[in-house]
Design a protein around this ligand. Structure first.
Ligand code: BGC
Ligand code: CA
Length: 353
């Protein structure tokens, strides 16, 4: 199932690169006037840091759905290349984008994007990778749509602690009362990767549970990289590993693939694995008992909020006009996270419908 999905995402990436080569990656045609073909829809220029990211493929789908009939969405795959993304922004502005929705490659590049948009008074909605608050503050037409990163870490920690307390007999293989864990972090410098690492561990400790880190690696949010890492860790630590903490589901799925190869999840051989996102492929693993749980990162609402704000901005309206979203003090819409286990799996299903 997961393999199939990857194939699909890969072929979408190829398709979009072809479209990119012809100068337009969106399903609607962006004309130079910045107007769409159906009824003068305002043009919104958007970039996703890379289409080949499990979670972002769901955000992208939600954006496409929300854009239908509302805006002419010109959506680009930045292919994990910040300089490519900056060129795409130049092109989008030249094509008459009335607002920009930007999923940065490097969170530190926000100012460079603003420097291009601000002289032309083009609003910018950053999403998923949160820029520094000071950068958002420096441009009155800059906003952020995402989450409160620390919240996912706290919830992940609560999920780990609860599972450990309930299954200590089985999970604490060396009976020392401590969790010997390995951690797949995600992209270094990404606010979600940093906060999840910090708050997952601190929350477990606050619950009075001792931990010992055996190994940590970036894994770069990527399933294949996570499989390779987990293979190496199993070879090195084998039975010493008592918990696998993955900061997203893509990496959790990659770790599970490695564990399955090593004979886990058959007979008595078990390894608790947690992730974040609650994407459908992970929900399947939770259902099968191969994953303890995940933390819902609501792709649908983040995609929708991004388009809602970008559409209003493109029409020079108040960004919240006619929407249910709220902005906090740092001009951010923050969609809440929710713990997902087998008990409330429907919450995840509904969010990714
Ligand atoms: C998600 C990851 C994703 C990353 C991309 C995070 O919020 O949890 O799955 O790879 O965003 O920036
Ligand atoms: Ca132990």
């Amino acid at each position: 199932m997961f393999k199939k999905k990857k194939g699909l995402i890969l072929s979408l990436t190829v398709a979009s690169s072809i479209l990119l080569a012809t100068g337009c990656s969106s399903s609607t045609s962006g004309s130079d006037s910045g107007k769409g073909k159906d009824g003068d829809l305002p043009a919104v220029g958007a970039t996703i840091y890379k289409f080949d990211d499990n979670f972002m493929s769901y955000v992208r789908r939600a954006m496409d759905t929300a854009a239908k009939g509302k805006v002419n969405l010109m959506l680009n795959d930045s292919q994990n290349d910040q300089s490519k993304q900056i060129e795409q922004v130049d092109t989008l502005i030249a094509k008459g984008a009335k607002s920009l929705a930007i999923n940065l490659v490097d969170p530190k590049a926000a100012q460079t994007i603003i420097d291009k948009a601000k002289p032309k008074s083009i609003p910018v909605i950053f999403f998923n990778k949160e820029p520094d608050a000071s950068v958002l503050k420096g441009y009155d037409k800059a906003y952020y749509v995402g989450t409160t990163s620390s919240e996912s870490g706290v919830l992940q920690g609560e999920l780990i602690a609860k599972a450990w307390e309930a299954n200590k007999d089985k999970y604490d293989k060396n009976k020392d009362g401590k969790i010997q864990y390995v951690l797949l972090k995600g992209e270094p410098g990404h606010p979600d990767a940093e906060a999840r690492t910090k708050f997952a561990i601190s929350t477990v400790k606050e619950k009075g549970i001792d931990v010992e880190e055996l190994a940590m690696d970036t894994g770069m949010w990527d399933a294949t990289k996570a499989t390779e890492k987990m293979d190496a860790w199993l070879a090195k630590y084998n039975d010493k590993i008592e918990f696998v903490i993955a900061n997203n589901d893509g990496m959790a799925l990659g770790a599970i693939a490695s564990l399955e190869k090593a004979g886990y999840f058959t007979g008595d051989k078990f390894m608790p694995v947690v992730g974040v996102d609650a994407i459908p492929e992970a929900l399947e693993m939770i259902e099968k008992g191969k994953m303890v749980g995940s933390v819902l990162n609501d792709a649908k609402n983040q995609g929708k909020a991004t388009i809602d704000l970008a559409a209003n901005a493109a029409k020079s309206k108040d960004v919240l006009d006619g929407t249910e979203w709220k902005l906090d003090d740092s001009k951010a819409v923050r969609v809440p996270y929710i713990i997902v286990t087998k008990d409330n799996i429907q919450v995840g299903r509904d969010a990714y419908k």
